[in-house]
Design a protein around this ligand. Sequence first.
Ligand SMILES: [Zn+2]
Length: 380
Amino acid sequence: MTIRSLLATIVGLCVSSTHAQPPTTNPPAHNVILVMIDGLRWQEVFRGAERALISKEHGKVEKEQPVLDAYWRDSPEERRQALLPFLWGIVARQGVILGNRDRGSLGRTENPHWFSYPGYSEVLCGFPDDRIDSNRKVPNPNTTVFEWLNAKEPYRGRVAGFGGWDVFPFILNTMRSGIPVDDSIVPFTAGTITPGLETINKVKTEIPRRWASANFDAIVFRTAMEWIPANTPRVVFLGQGETDEWAHEGDYEQYLRAARRVDGFLAELWAFLQHHEFYRGRTAMLITCDHGRGDGAVFPEKGMKDWNNHGAKHPGSDQVWLAAIGAGIPSTGEASDGEFTLAQTAATLAHLLGEDWNAAEPRAARPLGTIVWATTPVTP
Ligand SMILES: [Zn+2]
């Protein structure tokens, strides 16, 4: 080795250790699963349970001790690991997680409403729209990245959605897009229906309903876990909504338990993907939320109970987080700087598949730089 090449190697090592060079060798993902956990705050994702809310006064917690035993630990790192063991034990180590405001990673919605339909539509379309200003069952006037993919080979008929809220078929505009969407309430009859799905469909109509237009996450998750192996979709939406429902009830214990349950579902889904021939090694999973919630600790004038609300009148509920793992996702872990918006999710999802959503939809925000740098650039 000559002095010159030795110097070049040393310089190269220094450069790569301080400013990682974008490799362009990661192939695109073959399949993508987008999971959205409704209204799960970044505060719980990055700090774990909040002590003041484990109380009768602020979180309707009748017996504090079992909740403290399950979720309270000395440090934020231990607390978040106790609450979301898959997210922190696997996703944050093998993938990326963005939105820890305590470390300077700032995520927000672009829409000014900070509630569900505008949040989901922003994620799925890649931009906010003034016309999307309520949760009414209005067919989405805009084309989602899911609808675009479903109209395109090789994704045609290989796109599906599952969500615990009866507005999802409108957000994904099933009538126009043709995407089958399970709303957790009406029996799901699209594609191949297994005996397991027939049972879940019966249970849906036989169990009492706690919420008028939503159902429990397990119903949604079990439907997805039966349907996915039988129909092998390439692009999947999975909406989990109990976090938001329990929060609106002001029940912090059930909110935490719902978050912990979803984390377990994600661990099971991830394990399934790694063992199934069609998905193993070529599937990416994006995990995010549709909005944040109020923060009584930061805005005391709103009161501690503001954690249960969200919307434009509740400061902080525009603050969001996002995580990703799998094919095409770098293992850069927890971000400690940078800004992003929910609107970037749509183009990121397309980019992971090697598709360019920005070219098809000029209003869409660019893909997340944190994820894009590690994947093969989309060919123009
Ligand atoms: Zn929501």
